[in-house]
Design a protein around this ligand. Structure first.
Ligand SMILES: *Cc1c(COP(=O)(O)O)cnc(C)c1O
Length: 460
């Protein structure tokens, strides 16, 4: 067979089987798919293989069309036990946050409209009063994420001036966020003081000069310094700042409103504590321990927040209506004192080991395979590094753990597990109750295939 014997694009599109493809995927995309399948056939002929028949070419076109029209961003089951898994989208939202998003997404809303007065309003009224009530701050502002919050704060308050920070807090949290780089981008000059492990109040004091704009603290995020360490407390730093007419900027990272030590974890500094210590400006993410949508929240004194709001960057970094709707609903849970019941991140943190064990046992019963294994879940998202919660996992023995992982990952829905030793582990803590059914079928089909040896491994 030669290249010339291949059917034309048009003749393939006129075939009866092609009609339903055109119906489902549209004429122009179907035409592209037919072209792609003919390209494939040409390659085969050139390398001496037999090309597909016209009917098969239409089938190959359909495979292309399916591939092109399958969304790449889709739900997965997080069986890793890492609660705030950044690669898996961090915090799942509460039911009422989802309803709030839907409520404003499928129509118009009072986003910037004052319903009492019948005129233009501010989008910040939807979350600012809640944030103030919950934290005791004097003013608040919301931007797209915490990196943006820090950039806005440094640009507005310290451009062309100096920001003093401890050497131990020049962190990189991954994916390109490095405190020194954000500082450079803002036009502020970084003044690092102290050493990697120890920084004293006097180090800050001696570095303060006429060009100083801010004293800064940054949460260590995903690492921990232990041993011979020292760092002035938040209140000491805030006091020093105010003695010199300066403000302290505190990047808290995950922004816990609840005390993590009540759940058997280490104590994560809360937003309220930072404000009480006297931080002029506190920043944190919406989608870490707060358990809401991606957002950057800034809290602080009225005059500092007012300056941030007036900066042109504020407009470029502002939060959208879907974010504000979800954030408002999430904050309401704290207001009603129902965060651990309603916010998935806190439900997961508060989950009782005995209940987790019960879930794994019921999986084993239904699957007819696997064992219960004691293990640890982690918080992730740069919150509470080295801290973990006791859990029970489903452990699956398989001759090819990597292959089972791949089967799970590429199944529908995809399941992300982890390997410990040579077993595949699934932690129920991060699996939402609504996903139980899907998990069963995903596990069953992945294990059927994974346990069967691959063709090339079969003995003749
Ligand atoms: C996560 C984190 C950030 C970045 O927050 P995003 O909301 O992801 O932009 C900044 N600082 C610290 C300390 C963090 O932990």
């Amino acid at each position: 067979m030669t290249l010339r014997d291949l059917p034309s694009v048009d003749s393939l599109l006129q075939r009866a089987e092609a009609a339903q493809l055109i119906d489902r995927f549209g004429r122009s995309l179907s035409r592209e798919a037919v072209r792609a399948s003919l390209d494939l056939a040409r390659e085969k002929i050139r390398s001496g293989d037999l090309p597909a028949s016209p009917a098969e070419l239409v089938q190959i076109s359909e495979a292309f069309l399916r591939q092109w029209t399958t969304p790449s961003l889709r739900p997965v089951i997080n069986a890793t036990g890492v609660i705030l898994h950044t690669n898996l989208g961090r915090a799942p939202l509460s039911r009422s946050a989802l309803e709030a998003i839907q409520g404003v997404a499928d129509g118009y809303s009072s986003l910037e409209y004052d319903l009492q007065e019948g005129r233009r309003g501010s989008r910040l009224v939807h979350v600012e009063p809640l944030l103030l009530r919950l934290t005791g701050a004097s003013a608040a502002m919301v931007v797209v994420n915490n990196a943006a919050a820090i950039l806005l704060a440094l640009t507005t308050l310290a451009k062309g001036r100096e920001v003093i920070i401890s050497r131990s807090e020049l962190i990189e949290i991954g994916d390109g966020f490095r405190v020194p780089d954000v500082m450079r981008q803002s036009g502020a000059r970084l003044v690092e003081v102290g050493t990697s492990n120890r920084t004293h109040l006097s180090d800050f004091e001696q570095a303060i000069g006429p060009r100083t704009a801010l004293l800064m603290r940054a949460h260590h995020s995903n690492f921990r310094i232990i041993g011979f360490t020292s760092m002035p407390s938040r209140s000491e730093l805030a006091r020093l700042a105010s003695q010199h007419g300066l403000a302290m900027l505190d990047d808290l990272g995950s922004g816990a409103l609840l005390d993590t030590s009540a759940f058997g974890l280490g104590h994560e500094p809360t937003v309220q504590e930072s404000l009480q210590a006297g931080a002029g400006l506190v920043t944190f993410s919406g989608d870490k321990l707060l358990g809401g949508p991606q957002a950057g929240i800034l809290l602080g004194s009225t005059d500092l927040i007012a300056r941030l709001r007036r900066h042109p960057l504020a407009r470029a970094l502002r939060a959208d209506k879907l974010c504000l709707a979800a954030l408002q609903a999430t904050l309401m849970h704290y207001l009603r004192d129902e965060a651990t019941r309603e916010i998935p991140v806190w439900q997961m943190i508060a989950a009782r080991p005995a209940d987790l064990q019960g879930r794994v046992e019921s999986w084993i019963q239904r699957l007819g395979q696997g064992q219960v294994l004691e293990s640890r879940s982690t918080i992730g998202g740069g919150s509470l590094p080295e801290e973990s919660l006791p859990t029970f996992c489903l452990a699956l023995d398989t001759p090819h753990p990597q292959k089972l992982m791949e089967r799970l990952r590429t199944g529908s829905p995809p399941v992300i597990a982890r390997i410990e030793g040579d077993r595949v582990l699934l932690d129920p803590r991060t699996i939402l109750p609504a996903q139980e059914q899907d998990l069963q079928s995903a596990l069953r089909s992945a294990m059927q295939v994974a346990d069967r040896p691959a063709l090339h491994e079969r003995k003749a």
